[in-house]
Design a protein around this ligand. Structure first.
Ligand code: PMV
Length: 354
């Protein structure tokens, strides 16, 4: 019998949305109520490293296994992980039936080992990097021919925002309209090299697990917030067009204004839910005031804040103002942990080789 262990390793970065995904129209397929747009961060400070392996010598009785940050996970309790594995295996079966000489990897148990270098489930998009790395590692192991956009359909089933972490630069997730989700895909708007001066500073306000997990928060918002329908139908579509335009033109004030408004609108919908959901805390609000002060003193918008489903702030700015922005943050809120280096994080394209 073949005793080979087939193996592929990859890393995937975090992405931070500037137009937020919040709300599912289908909770099983993770189809969103609106399109969203994010910036993929470099892998220097926040990333997941994942190794996928499979072998005929792995005992079938153990089935597929997943280890996250050194802890074995119950894979059967995670419908989302199972959905990704089923989709990837069936693509491998297509490859195998087209070429009978290939080893039947699709029939071997899989072992996936994943490490985050940042806190899991703290509103730092750990699930995005995690599922993107899982899908990319197994796609590489199986030598699948699919593009990043095609694979985004699979990563999306793990965690919605994960579909945007398979590509670098500025990435749009088009909500699509089909009930089977076949047109709900992520695509690169422009690569990071289009706007290499863009920086993101991550302020880790809290590394605790978030209060209300995103799926539960989304369901509550969709079911109870009257403001939410206006957001999904009337506010976000115009903002998607406007922010893509700002990105194409490298218009930072427009990009920043839309980013802050969309973060505020998303958190307003959370507050408008029943029961209300609070992701921001006093330190988050201090960060908002600090960005407003920096912009007022500069006489123009040079920095933008955004918050996901947690209190941690991400501040976008251009390299030319890094002394002012990163320096002010460090001087005033620098007693906190988790600074992403003194001059922020550079954007970088995703490199995901075997
Ligand atoms: O991918 P999820 O299900 O963890 O949802 C993430 C939602 C936000 O981070 C709040 C917004 C976004 O677009 O990433």
């Amino acid at each position: 019998a073949d005793t080979t262990v087939f193996r592929a390793s990859t890393t995937a970065p975090v992405n931070i949305a500037v137009i937020k995904y919040w709300g599912k129209r289908d909770a099983t397929l993770n189809l969103p109520t609106n399109s969203s747009l994010s910036v993929t961060l470099s892998q220097r400070s926040l990333r997941t490293v994942t190794t996928a392996s499979c072998s005929a010598v792995y005992p079938a009785s153990e089935g597929d296994t997943l280890t996250l940050n050194g802890k074995p996970q119950d894979i059967n309790a995670s419908k989302r992980t199972l959905a990704c594995l089923v989709s990837l295996r069936s693509l491998r079966k297509e490859v195998e039936s087209a070429n009978a000489s290939l080893p039947k990897l699709s029939s071997y148990p899989l072992r996936v080992v994943s490490e985050n270098n940042f806190p899991t489930a703290a509103g730092l998009a750990s699930s995005a990097a995690g599922f993107a790395a899982l899908v990319r590692a197994i796609a590489n192991l199986y030598q699948l021919p699919q593009s990043a956009t095609e694979l985004s359909r699979i990563a999306r089933q793990g965690s919605g925002s994960a579909c945007r972490s398979l590509q670098g630069g500025f990435v749009a997730w088009r909500s699509g309209t089909k009930v089977d989700g076949s047109d709900s895909l992520a695509e690169e708007v422009v690569p990071a090299s289009h706007w290499p001066e863009m920086r993101a500073l991550i302020l880790v306000v809290s590394a605790e697990k978030k209060d209300v997990p995103s799926t539960e928060g989304m369901q509550t918002t969709v079911a109870t917030s009257p403001l939410f329908a206006t957001r999904a139908e009337s506010i976000v579509p115009g903002r998607m067009t406007a922010i893509e335009d700002a990105i194409h033109k490298r218009d930072f004030p427009a990009f920043a204004d839309l980013t802050m408004r969309d973060s505020n609108n998303f958190h307003a919908c959370c507050l408008d839910s029943e029961p209300p959901i609070f992701y921001l805390n006093d330190v988050s609000r201090a960060a908002i005031r600090l960005v407003n002060d920096i912009n007022r003193v500069a006489g123009k918008i040079v920095a933008a804040y955004t918050f996901d489903a947690g209190p941690n702030a991400v501040i976008y700015y251009l390299d030319e103002v890094s002394e002012v922005v990163a320096g002010t943050f460090k001087a005033i809120l620098g007693g906190l942990d988790g600074w992403d280096g003194p001059f922020g994080d550079r954007l970088k394209s995703v490199s995901a080789g075997v």
